[in-house]
Design a protein around this ligand. Structure first.
Ligand code: PRX
Length: 655
């Protein structure tokens, strides 16, 4: 493991103010340690108590955890609940008029919607889904912009026990097709277009195209929310407008009670092989941990105005937009647009306008906003803020300090939350009134989460050495399966040599206080602007182009995006010498990848060579490619290279 070394050497420590500690849900280190001890002493009793306290069960569970068929764990299995009931109906008696969602559109128009209204809309839409024959266990793909309707669609699926699979609106028709096909979805919910940065960006055409790309016979309904009123091609066989679907539907819809293990959703994410994996989550265990993390990590108070900027197409938007805040009965902000429109002060203005107390965003957004307007926050009143959050990738100490001083005005703790699509909720993150924070570390695991750092054979590494990040005991919100592929689930997350531990796919090390420092992925997964992309996915997309003979993709450090995508391509024909010709081909390939996967997967730079550097056994020397992409001197042994001249060729990147 000596190759995994931490580059960071951060020594600053920030303690929460006395005032913050006093009001915190978990107040002081002793309170945190007491929760950890409770879990240690009686693991099942601990989770059982919290599940009883936090979830409204239709039928109580009698058994907390079933480990008999590990790693296919079952939590609260004989309990019955409905997630939408827990997010909406529960609040109707106590706070029907409380604002559930403050929606700010791209153009600045604001819509407030109360718990009462949200409940009515979800019921009405759920009845609409039922009118199309959609029922418990059916899969429904949601391909929507950030909107109240996206949340309504997800909650309505949960209400009737249908399993949603949200596909990020930035994914291409081909990616959408693959997900529809894999999940055998019976319906797609979309909108005519999305509004971003003052532009109308059509969405429905991608659905139309997706349905022609292969076998989508399972799809009998395409439900279209009219957002932009733009021209929309129509297929009367299966298309129906959202407003027509709900017309005349009742605002009452009894929730479908489901077992705690009933899949709430599938969310596709990138792994180390070409095909994205459908991460399947449960209902009971998932809901429990999104709620607990809001209380523990986000120190949720009923007076809070919570704002998580993530799109509902990602796990963060599931847990901290569509489910967590509603389950807590919170008021939350949902934003349709982009942080740079009309200028890079948009986030700060919105914090001021909506008196946001808790702001949760990604380091890549922070870094780009620093670049575009370091002092812009000074123009706004940010005094409503009391807590800041960071997610998606390691936050570099410089961005952390700016976030802390400029946005949090040295008053708000920052919760740097480590977790994954597969973990469903925060795993390693500060409890802000309990532990001091340091720039760049996600600190300590949540109570009940037993994380560790191990070597290749699952043994704890000593001291502060780097190793593989694992979670040693099952936890309620963990991935239950990869949709349709139980073997891949076992192989990816519970490889035999890991002692039954959950292998996260990250490397990390501990510091002298036992704080976890994430160092990066151990597999071929890139983290570009907080978005997860498999190098193999991009490689297969490139290789599928008629001009391309072979391609390899690696990440290289990038000061805004975290990682940039660097592609190495061997063309089928002769490598052109003319720079204009090379640029033209690079552009064709970039656009092609955009169409195959989505614009986020377009390579930032492409290098062309007559061949790729390979070992004698024919393996691509990826470490060498990473060195080249970084622009570093090559120090590796290259004596096995058949044609060392290609190293010269590959040095020239086309951006
Ligand atoms: O590498 C870790 C990084 O993002 C990966 C998970 O990506 P995804 O499933 O898309 O979920 C992102 C949102 C939870 C992890 O394996 N990551 C996530 N949060 C952090 C992080 N790396 C360092 N610090 C974090 N706070």
């Amino acid at each position: 493991m000596s190759s995994i070394e931490s580059a960071l050497n951060e020594i600053r420590v920030f303690h929460p103010s006395e005032e913050f500690v006093k009001q915190a849900n978990v107040s002081g280190m002793d309170a945190y340690l007491a929760l950890c001890k409770e879990a240690e002493d009686d693991y099942q009793g601990f989770w059982g108590r919290l599940a009883n306290e936090n979830i409204a069960w239709k039928k109580p569970f009698t058994k907390v955890l079933d480990e008999s068929n590990a790693p296919f764990f079952k939590w609260f299995e004989d309990g019955e609940l409905n997630v939408s009931y827990n997010c909406l109906d529960r609040h109707l008696a106590t706070q029907p008029k409380k604002t559930a969602i403050i929606f700010e559109a791209d153009n600045g128009a604001v819509t407030n919607i109360s718990y009462h209204e949200l409940h009515a809309r979800v019921c009405q839409f759920a009845n609409g889904l039922k009118s199309r024959g959609i029922k418990m266990g059916d899969r429904v793909v949601v391909y929507m912009p950030m909107s109240i309707e996206a949340v309504v669609a997800m909650q309505a699926c949960a209400r009737i026990g249908a399993i949603h699979s949200v596909v990020f609106g930035g994914f291409s028709s081909k990616s959408l097709y693959e997900r529809i096909h894999d999940a055998k979805a019976c319906a797609v919910i979309t909108s005519d277009a999305q509004m971003r940065g003052g532009k109308v960006i059509p969405l429905k055409p991608a659905v139309d195209e997706a349905l022609t790309l292969g076998d989508c016979r399972s799809v009998h309904s395409v439900i279209v929310y009219q957002r932009a009123k733009c021209d929309t091609a129509w297929n009367a066989e299966h298309d129906i407008w959202w407003h027509d679907l709900i017309a005349g539907q009742s605002e009452v819809c009894d929730p479908q009670w489901v077992g705690a293990e009933h899949p709430l959703f599938i969310l596709y994410t990138s792994g180390s092989t070409g095909a994205p994996k459908g991460v399947q989550h449960s209902s009971g265990g998932y809901l429990l941990m999104v709620k607990l993390s809001l209380q523990w990590v986000f120190d949720y108070k009923p007076t809070d105005v919570f704002w998580c900027t993530a799109d509902v197409g990602w796990i963060t938007g599931h847990s901290y937009v569509a489910y967590g805040p509603l389950a807590m009965g919170a008021t939350q902000v949902i934003f349709e647009g982009v942080p740079t429109y009309p200028d890079a002060g948009r986030f700060w203005k919105m914090i001021q306008d909506h008196k946001v107390t808790t702001f949760y965003t990604a380091p890549t957004a922070i870094r780009s906003l620093i670049k575009l307007g370091e002092d812009l926050p000074d123009k706004y009143d940010l005094s409503s803020l009391r807590l800041l959050g960071s997610v998606g990738e390691p936050i570099n100490p410089d961005a952390w300090m700016w976030y802390y001083n400029k946005i949090g005005q040295a008053r708000c703790p920052i919760v740097d939350t480590w977790w994954q699509t597969e973990t469903g909720a925060n795993m390693i993150a500060p409890l802000p009134g309990a532990m001091p924070i340091k720039p760049g570390t996600c600190t300590l695991p949540l109570p009940g989460i037993k994380s560790g750092i191990v070597d290749e054979v699952g043994h704890d590494v000593l001291g502060q050495n780097g190793g593989f990040l694992v979670i040693k005991r099952p936890f309620p919100s963990q991935i239950r399966a990869i949709w349709g592929d139980p073997e891949r689930y076992k192989k990816s997350y519970f490889p035999e040599e890991m002692n039954g531990y959950y292998l996260a796919g990250d490397s990390a090390h501990l510091d002298e206080d036992g704080y976890t420092w994430i160092m990066g992925r151990i597999d071929d997964v890139l983290n570009v602007s907080g978005h997860r992309l498999g190098t193999m996915e991009i490689e297969s997309a490139l290789a599928a182009h008629e001009l391309v003979s072979e391609a390899a993709v690696v990440g290289r450090p990038h000061d805004i995006k975290g990682e940039a995508i660097s592609a190495f391509v061997v063309l089928k024909g002769a490598r052109p010498e003319d720079p204009a010709e090379i640029r033209k081909i690079a552009q064709i390939l970039r656009d092609w990848v955009g169409k195959q996967i989505g614009p986020i997967a377009k390579p930032d730079e492409i290098r062309f060579g007559d061949n790729l550097p390979k070992t004698r056994s024919g393996k691509i020397m990826r470490r060498l490619l990473r060195t080249i992409a970084k622009g570093d001197e090559i120090t590796q042994d290259v004596s096995t290279l058949e044609n060392p001249a290609i190293l010269e060729q590959l040095k020239n990147a086309v951006h």
